[in-house]
Design a binder for this molecule. Structure first.
Ligand code: NIG
Ligand code: FE
Length: 409
């Protein structure tokens, strides 16, 4: 099966040489080819270049892209999009003045979602989650990471992870699974140390045996899990071959970034509260900082200081954090736009952060995130637009004409 995209106004994120991620000043450059063609064979990108060099043979399909752009689909490296029900009532509580912390202390928050999920059947959870997955695909996402963490019991955590596995089997979007057993302390446990014992001894071995996750996560935060808890869970995870990808510095900076770097985390995510020492800790590491502007927007908390991070020469990825409590939206277009408006990222930086760097933050940099021969043809075809900066500029508008996963729309 060969598909030719021809007369592309501008082909974005063209990387002839494979790139792991981009950082610092490089983030401000999106390599493009104007008036381009792109050839997709058997689901993979097989050739691209200027229309002057466009191959002429009998392709199965030819798509005329006059006036439109083609770019790699969004790579959303942090979501909790397998969940049951919603937390609309807490939304109203917050409008009426309660904080996220106050709601959690009253038994709302993560424990509220866990209760609902525990009472939901696996089939029902699958059906609720697939609606969200289909929606984010329409919004241009071609690779997504999904976490457990609304189970908090062996049975319910496995339910979540099995739903993620079913989504992987049934959809052609790339999916990576993360085990987030240590997301909140269930009421049945007196302290985090006892719960961590349970996660390590009762859940982790089964998640590993059933091959249900690639990554391990923990909510390292005041009132949730300490740095010591984090060290324990990441050590144990590593014994089973799970790479850390962790929640840190959302409300308070307690040393989570340093713990992540020490354990060679693939990413440290949130980072709304960043001290200079936290930025320094990331220097020279292979750990990707990940910002979640949808969460800052929805909870009215500070935005991750993207300028300080990028201007320190570091990379940055953007993701949605799609979840029922702090970011009930999986729209990467909104994330890209919000990063520009609120975090002062340029369109180039936001697009790099949401494609190549997002791919790295879920270990998919060899498969997606750029227009490179041999990568999956997970692509966005835009509607006619003048420049790619128009995508974040005209926020809330839909600029996507179609999305292709492994070359199929
Ligand atoms: O990434 N911070 C921890 N976990 C989620 C929110 C979970 C929830 O409120 O349900 C987050 O923001
Ligand atoms: Fe999260």
């Amino acid at each position: 099966m060969a598909t030719l995209f021809k007369n592309i106004k501008e082909l974005l994120q063209v990387r002839t040489e494979p790139v792991k991620f981009v950082s610092g000043k490089e983030m401000n450059i999106i390599p493009t080819i104007k008036d381009a063609f792109l050839l997709v064979e058997n689901g993979l990108i097989s050739d691209f270049g200027s229309m002057r060099d466009c191959p002429s043979s009998n392709f199965d399909e030819v798509i005329d892209c006059t006036g439109k752009m083609v770019m790699p689909a969004w790579c959303d490296s942090h979501t909790h999009m397998v969940y049951a029900g919603n937390r609309e009532s807490e939304f109203v509580d917050r409008i009426n003045g309660l904080t996220y912390e106050e709601i959690a202390n009253r038994g709302g928050g993560i424990l509220n979602s866990a209760k609902t999920l525990q009472e939901t059947s696996e089939d029902d959870l699958y059906n609720q989650s697939k609606v969200r997955l289909e929606e984010i695909i329409k919004l241009g996402t071609g690779a997504v990471e999904i976490k457990s963490g609304y189970g908090l019991t062996l049975e319910a955590e496995l339910k979540m992870l099995r739903v993620i596995k079913r989504l992987k089997e049934n959809y052609s979007i790339e999916i990576k699974a993360t085990f987030l057993g240590a997301h909140a302390l269930p009421k049945e446990f007196k302290n985090t140390s006892d719960y961590i014992d349970y996660v390590i001894e009762a859940i982790l071995p089964i998640v590993a045996k059933e091959n249900l996750a690639e990554y391990i996560d923990v909510f390292c935060e005041t009132g949730y899990f300490s740095v010591e808890d984090t060290n324990r869970i990441l050590e144990a995870g590593k014994q089973y071959g799970f790479t850390p990808k962790i929640h840190v510095n959302q409300f308070t900076a307690i040393g989570g970034v340093q713990a992540g770097v020490k354990h060679n985390a693939l990413s440290v995510d949130h980072l709304e509260e960043m001290r200079d020492v936290d930025i320094e800790a990331l220097r020279g590491s292979q750990t990707m900082p990940v910002a979640l502007p949808g969460c800052s927007y929805f909870l009215s908390i500070p935005y991750t200081p993207a300028r300080r991070i990028i201007d320190a020469g570091l990379p940055l990825a953007l993701a949605t954090d799609y979840n029922p409590g702090s970011a009930p939206s999986g729209n990467m277009n909104f994330v890209v736009s919000t990063a520009c408006v609120k975090m002062k990222m340029t369109p180039e930086e936001a697009i790099n952060a949401s494609t190549i760097n997002g791919a790295y933050a879920m270990g998919l940099q060899d498969k997606v995130g750029s227009i490179t021969n041999g990568k999956l043809a997970n692509l966005i075809l835009t509607k006619p637009i003048n420049s790619f900066g128009f995508i974040p500029y005209s926020f809330g508008e839909n600029h996507i004409e179609s999305i292709f996963l492994a070359g199929e729309d």
